[in-house]
Ligand binder design. Structure first.
Ligand SMILES: [Ca+2]
Ligand SMILES: [Ca+2]
Length: 161
């Protein structure tokens, strides 16, 4: 009986030696989703904000979160500084004034820009495709998109105000 127990322990021990390093080495690369350049305006003054959501199934925190705007690298910051849970996503942002954006990307004046995002969960870099989207930031302007489910109008606050 004792011998069998000893053999069993030996088997379990040897199995765990083979399995442990393999599972420790397994990593799911992070995803970068919803990468966008949001813009808002008040009168003729525009403000801009790059945004992307980093998600990692293992809960890894990014070693860095970069955006490349027309080839120029910038560091992005967490929207919510207290958010350390990457399993449900961490939103990264980089706001720009009109003046600052045009310095980095002069052609943004004519709505031309190229940007992409790059990160690393500590196991290797991940990047997005190049984007040139400008998207009106409905939320921060207090608007509801025209094609929203409600479908009752363009401006959600106009009717009630
Ligand atoms: Ca990971
Ligand atoms: Ca989170």
């Amino acid at each position: 009986m004792r011998k069998i127990f000893g053999i069993l322990v030996a088997i379990i021990f040897s199995i765990s030696i083979f399995i442990m390093p393999a599972s420790a080495a397994q990593n799911t690369p992070p995803t970068l989703e919803g990468g966008v350049l949001l813009y808002t305006f008040e009168g003729s003054t525009f403000t801009y904000k790059f945004q992307v959501t980093y998600t990692d199934a293992d809960g890894d925190i990014p070693a860095y979160m970069f955006i490349y705007i027309n080839g120029s690298r910038r560091i992005m910051e967490k929207q919510d500084i207290k958010d350390n849970n990457s399993k449900d996503g961490i939103v990264y942002v980089l706001p720009f004034s009109e003046e600052d954006l045009f310095k980095v990307a002069p052609k943004a004046r004519g709505w031309e820009i190229e940007y992409w995002f790059r990160t690393n969960d500590g196991h290797g870099p991940v990047r997005t495709l190049i984007s040139n989207l400008f998207v009106l930031d409905y939320d921060s302007m207090g608007l509801t998109p025209i094609n929203s489910a409600a479908g009752s109008g363009f401006c959600s606050r106009c009717a009630s105000g």
